[in-house]
Design a protein around this ligand. Structure first.
Ligand code: MN
Length: 749
């Protein structure tokens, strides 16, 4: 910040007057230590900012004092916030350090100031903006006051934006609409959100703003007369209730009127809800709802209500904590009037949202909407996001949408964004429930996982430990929580699988005496991949073949490039055109009873030299992705890549793992265990499954057991299978049977 003239004596008098007035307001709620801290903070900022001036020319220190006042007066925050607000720009803009703040005020204040310091900065670059936004939210979960003070800071900067050049105003308005306004909305800071909107409109639509402001002023007297006329009969009846209440009314925000004019294409004169009448009752928390309904009844006795305009947010508050009972009635002269009925507590929360919420923390509240929302943000922050933009997208999906209210089988309410699916709900319960969700019932009916939920749905999730997320699930979910969990599961799986590709490649290069580390990036590039993990994954899944080193130009054990002469291209094609090494009998091997004549290639070579068998934990079937593991005394075991033991084997004995693939034809049968889940429809289920398998598909069943549980069944069936295609056919056929919800392959622990 550029140095300006130091504060003059006259200016100091004004500053001190400003501060003393703040101190007088705060005093009643402070102890001696608070007063001392606030005074110390004031002296510190006065000194630190003394050469700085705002764009308007006034001494900078007016700004932190004003932000502190907003925190106290408009947000209802306490002494700690007042101190932190005074100090909010000191680390960023002066030589004062966080260590000094810590020494003077202690770690609590230091942490808040730290949070405020980090949040500042420009939001020009999209990624940087996202990064900063992520910081705002990180601070939100450890101390909500950071975000609230930040809001007060932004509010004061907007209130004094007139002295800024127009271009800067437009940029700040854009940033405000992008981040601060939605966040204020989500935090229930109604007044701040409205003021943000109005100031942004004044910057972006100055003529529209002036027009509506003028019309509101011109019609004010008429409006007030009408409101008096409307309230009068109500007041008489309300007095009879013998409770403490107040009635107030204020016009709709200019930006809201503007939006309505734009959206509905109506002139100002035709907007009927230019104002709302609010009736606020002062009563105990236990009685507030019943009084609200009594007041509703009084109003609708006098004025005819419009039933579809009744909005009951006292039974089910909005997800930003808003509680109120709204109705629209036909008032004198046939004009529609919106009436809002609420208690003082509800009004406090409606006006100051999150800030007021803590005040009523002790009040018994079945649906602590903020706690639930904070839990969501915490979960979102805990999840690995490869970049902040991904995070921002996930977060935004939680910030802007309308909600549906749904229930667990126990009747616990969950709030999800509109459009959320049954699978989203599973992840909302717990990420483990999401990962393993196999069947979902909504209102006692089995539904597809992507079933869109509606208000009041009761959802029951059936899980199976063998179930796991797939790429496809991203299409079935909308919530940030579910999607980020699925994505990270997918990434982890890709990474896990890629390990096999890497190991195999390492062995291959080692064999050819080519240094892995020196050549891997060349190979990745030559083969057209962006990163090592992508390349490893492609190798592991067989998307591409292991590099044939004969087709590369290699000098001094360093891979240079691919050979590309015409002769070699033809040679390559011929090579690839050859039939795969086939069905050769594996001589001298003691195979497991079922390994039979199946042919497996290890690192692309036939398996002649190994004694091998199929691992019993995962029972691979021809066509599965597999790997070989050299055991200590029992030869080579073939496991499925997604076997539960794979991670353990790879982590500890990676050097014993060999890349394996299927080759040739074989008549081998493999034992496969399947788990079947469905609706319990009696003994008919067993019959239809066995009929399908034995008669229709000619599959031999080894064993079959079934168990019924509360409306659904779980069956275990063990069958002989030739290859993966046949297995897929079997699984699809069972899946299509009536009453069957899911079929999965069993992998033993
Ligand atoms: Mn500031």
């Amino acid at each position: 910040m550029p140095k300006g003239n130091p504060i003059s004596k006259e200016e100091f008098v004004d500053i001190d007057k400003e501060f003393q007035s703040l101190l007088q307001k705060v005093k009643p709620k402070c102890n001696a230590e608070d007063i001392e801290n606030i005074t110390t903070a004031y002296k510190l900022v006065l000194e630190a900012h003394k050469f700085q001036r705002r764009k308007s020319g006034e001494p900078y220190v007016f700004h932190p004092i004003e932000v502190a006042r907003i925190c106290y007066e408009e947000l209802g925050l306490g002494a700690t916030s007042v101190v932190a607000a005074l100090l909010h720009d000191i680390v960023e803009d002066t030589d004062t350090t966080l260590e000094e703040i810590d020494q003077i005020f202690g770690p609590k204040i230091q942490r808040i100031v730290d949070g405020l310091t980090k949040l500042d900065g420009t939001y020009n670059i999209e990624n940087k903006q996202a990064e900063n936004f992520k910081k705002v939210l990180s601070s939100l979960v450890y101390d909500v006051r950071v975000v609230l003070i930040k809001m007060a800071d932004r509010l004061h900067n907007l209130r004094t934006i007139d002295s800024m050049p127009k271009q800067k105003q437009i940029r700040i308005a854009a940033e405000t609409s992008y981040i601060y306004t939605p966040l204020a909305h989500r935090l229930g800071l109604y007044n701040i959100k409205t003021e943000f909107n109005d100031i942004c409109m004044k910057i972006n639509e100055p003529e529209g703003y002036a027009d509506i402001l003028g019309k509101l002023q011109k019609t004010e007297t008429d409006r007030n007369t009408y409101i008096k006329e409307f309230i009068q009969p109500l007041s008489e009846k309300l007095e009879e209730l013998n409770i403490d209440f107040r009635v107030m009314s204020r016009p709709k925000a200019i930006s809201s009127i503007w939006n309505k004019i734009q959206k509905k294409q109506v002139p100002f004169e035709e907007i009927y809800d230019l104002f709302a009448v609010r009736i606020i009752v002062n009563t105990d928390t236990e009685k507030e709802k019943s009084y609200c309904w009594q007041i509703y009844s009084i109003i609708t006795d006098i004025y005819k209500p419009i039933p579809e305009r009744l909005k009951d947010w006292i039974t089910t508050p909005k997800s930003n904590g808003y509680e109120s009972l709204h109705t629209t009635v036909i008032g004198p002269k046939g004009r529609y009037v919106e009436v809002q009925i609420r208690s003082e507590r509800m009004d406090d929360i409606a006006e100051r949202g999150f800030a007021a919420h803590w005040k009523y923390k002790g009040v018994k509240n079945n649906n602590d909407v903020y706690d639930k929302w904070l839990d969501n943000i915490r979960a979102l922050l805990d999840t690995q996001h490869s970049d902040a933009l991904e995070f921002l997208n996930d977060f935004k999906s939680n910030l802007f949408q309308k909600e549906v209210f749904v229930f667990t089988p126990n009747g616990d309410m969950k709030i999800l964004p509109e459009g959320a699916t049954a699978l989203d709900f599973a992840f909302e319960i717990h990420s483990d429930v999401g990962y393993h969700a196999t069947a979902i019932k909504v209102n006692n009916k089995l539904v597809p996982m992507g079933h869109v939920l509606t208000n009041g749905d009761q959802i029951h999730i059936v899980t199976n430990k063998n179930q796991k997320p797939s790429e496809h699930w991203l299409k079935l979910t909308v919530t940030g929580k579910a999607r980020s969990k699925i994505r990270s599961a997918m990434k982890e799986e890709k990474r896990q699988k890629g390990i096999f590709g890497k190991e195999a490649l390492e062995r291959k290069l080692k064999h050819a005496k080519i240094n892995f580390a020196d050549n891997i990036d060349t190979l990745v590039k030559i083969n057209g991949y962006n990163s090592r993990p992508d390349y490893y994954f492609a190798l592991a899944t067989g998307d591409i073949k292991m590099p044939d080193l004969k087709t590369y130009e290699i000098e001094h054990n360093k891979i240079l490039r691919k050979k590309l002469t015409a002769a070699e291209i033809i040679q390559n094609n011929e090579h690839e055109g050859k039939p795969a090494p086939s069905d050769t009998e594996i001589a001298g091997t003691k195979k497991s009873e079922l390994a039979g004549r199946s042919n497996i290639l290890i690192d692309g070579e036939s398996l002649d030299q190994y004694e091998f068998s199929f691992a019993l934990c995962c029972n691979p079937v021809k066509g599965d992705d597999i790997f070989g593991y050299l055991t200590a005394g029992k030869g080579l075991k073939i496991h499925r890549i997604n076997c539960k033991n794979a991670t353990h084997l790879l982590a500890n004995y990676g050097y014993r793992v060999l890349k394996a693939e299927w080759a040739g034809h074989s008549q081998t049968n493999f034992i496969t265990d399947l788990s079947i889940i469905g609706v319990d429809s009696g003994p008919g289920v067993i019959q239809s499954i066995t009929n399908e398998l034995s008669s229709k598909l000619g599959i031999n069943i080894r064993s079959f057991s079934i168990e019924g549980k509360e409306g659904y069944f779980e069956g275990k069936i063990s069958v002989f299978i030739k290859n993966k295609n046949q297995l897929n056919l079997v699984m699809n056929s069972i899946n299509k049977l009536e009453g069957v919800e899911s079929v999965t392959r069993v992998i033993k622990d």
